[in-house]
Design a protein around this ligand. Structure first.
Ligand code: RB5
Length: 148
């Protein structure tokens, strides 16, 4: 079964529950890293838990917060994560086809739930195209060990 790891802060708690249902209905085995109730949490903690699991299980993840911005910034601090903050379906598809994004971040206060479902489906349905994009992805990943 295809695995996917999800997480949200309070800004997207309700959306996360709906996204989880959608993914399960699509046949995914979903691991929810929290939060587990609508009370306030710090989004970097959730981003870390989701991304560590994505890497450990060699799978993909979805991060949801108010804007998607904090989650995506936090996720991209973690070596091995390529997180795309998506607000439209074209970007979501390109994030997989060109950037091989293993995580996407959406904002529940920005993106309505129906569009969020479409964005997630576009990303899940797309395939990394490799070739010249692999060269560029490799160069992005080399930036993780940049000698500053
Ligand atoms: C929480 O209020 C909010 O800051 C968070 O959900 C997110 O939008 C951060 O980028």
């Amino acid at each position: 079964m295809k695995k996917i790891i999800i997480g949200s802060d309070q800004g997207a708690f309700e959306l996360k529950l709906k996204v989880k249902d959608m993914l399960e209905n699509m046949g995914y085995q979903v691991t929810d890293c929290g939060s587990y109730d609508p009370s306030s949490v710090d989004y970097p903690d959730i981003a870390k838990d989701v991304c560590v699991k994505v890497l450990a299980e060699n799978t993909i993840g979805i991060l949801l917060c108010g804007t998607g911005i904090g989650m995506s910034i936090a996720a991209n601090k973690i070596n091995g994560i390529r997180c795309a903050h998506c607000t439209d379906t074209y970007s979501a598809a390109m994030a997989k086809e060109h950037n091989d994004a293993n995580v996407i971040a959406l904002g529940a206060r920005i993106t309505g739930e129906e569009l969020a479902y479409c964005i997630i489906k576009s990303w899940l349905g797309a395939e990394f195209q490799g070739g010249r994009h692999q060269v560029r992805v490799n160069k992005m990943m080399e930036l993780e060990s940049l000698d500053k």
